[in-house]
Write a protein that binds this ligand. Sequence first.
Ligand code: ADP
Length: 541
Amino acid sequence: MNMQNTPFNLAQCIEHAGKYFSHQKVITRKVEDDTLHEITYAEVLGRVRQLANALQKLGVKQGDRVGTIALNTYRHLEAWYAISGQGAVCHTINPRLSPAQMIYIINHAEDRFIFVDHIFWPLIEKLHPQFPKVEGYIVLTDKEHMPTTAHDVKLYCYEELIKDESTEFTWPEFDENSGSSLCYTSGTTGNPKGVMYTHKSNLLHSYAAGSTDGFGINSMDTILVVVPLFHANSWGISYLGPMVGANLIFPGKRMDGVAIFEVIDKYKATSAAGVPTVWTNLLDFADKEGRKMESLRDVVVGGSAAPPWMFTAFREKHDAELLHAWGMTETSPLGTMNRSIPQLDNLPAEEKAKIRMKQGRPVFGIDIKIVDEEGNELPRDGEAVGHLLVKGNWVVHTYFGADKPAVNADGWFDTGDMASIDRFGYMEIVDRSKDLIKSGGEWISSVDMENLAMGHPEVLMAAAIALPHKKWGERPLLVVIPKEGQNPTKEGIKEHLKSEFADWQIPNDIVFVKEIPMTATGKFSKLTLRDQFKDFYAEAE
Ligand code: ADP
């Protein structure tokens, strides 16, 4: 053997942080009382090892699935490392899933134990009789906040469970291709599908995501982790943060503008990552209060398309750069990231700005291409739009428990997104293929329409959906939440849309609402909206 060959184990991230960044911190808005809590990486490491010892005593074995139904907190992070580090699989479960989906995935994963925030216990307790394989629950809280149960099931208090355990633990060595973590897609169509990440895939992903052209962070940074630990690995930040020794801020259950602004300000966050809706609320709050986020350098946004006004707002009002990233559960999730390259410097400012708003270029380790219906590759000219395919060592090959691969014969995974790729390699998502609005044989991008509508000064949020229409097959409807105290008119918004859309693309109607239904991952739930408005154009000519 020429070189050493220690198999990757995710516990190495927290071991490194505890040893070499011992004073750096994990800050949490506690779920119990919304107060702010600080703990160092050295302390986290000790507690991770205590928990690993406790889990062994409970009989957790390599390969076992252990679930978590929890928000972003230091305890949830500790559970991640203790579970995966000893060779079990950390199955993150989105607490906002419907009961039916939760029952499906917990049974499909065959979770033996589940870590749960005390606030979700009442919900889980009701569902418990439908989880025949679950042997016990560990409530991520202290003695004081411990719930009780009427069921004949083991309920452990997290702090009590670990308190007498040793802070020493020897991580076992096993194949780095073993499953470390399991995350189900939200299953907007059909049953949710599980993606089983491995120690190797997660670590490779973290190296790439942590590179300068990825999140570009180091121990000088404090990162606000809005993106949930329960969804797509918190975009890898919970591994790469400890790897590079960055401070982490976990916002607990408070995602509102006031609370998010407070932690950014108080802890001088330099970087933040989350979906666009969170930033909309944050920017709205900062605007109303006339306050600036002084410390922020960059904000990574993904999960759905960030509207153009958001890039300008962060840059002009907060001197922060909004970085567009694209990915999905199936890609761990980082696929592309929008960073600049030298060639863009020769372009006119307006063209460069447009390119910088696209979803970005693949990070090293990922390849992308677009193809037509027959699978023929389309040109990288920024014009052609096709099905986006992706390949890489942190992209799904076969869904958990599935009998056939999710990739084609050449190993490419079809993302279900429609996109273009320009001559510089920047990819732009046009739409999810199922959200495209197909009117009279032509299509309209719901993403473009929403982006433009959300640039209207009186509009807070807007979702464009396709509704069945007798004559045209489908026609667009725009659902709008006005900004507080504003009364935009349908005509005004239509005029605004005409600046970029042809007359035939303009929505037949616009409805004003107070709320838009969201998916469990914080995106507009177009499925619910389409259902809610399904007969809206039934009589329309
Ligand atoms: P869910 O299906 O619950 O939304 P995923 O996180 O796996 O879960 O969703 C991935 C999808 O989100 C992508 O296929 C794409 O359609 C969309 N998406 C992710 N990032 C972006 C982005 N920056 N811009 C537009 N769409 C995005």
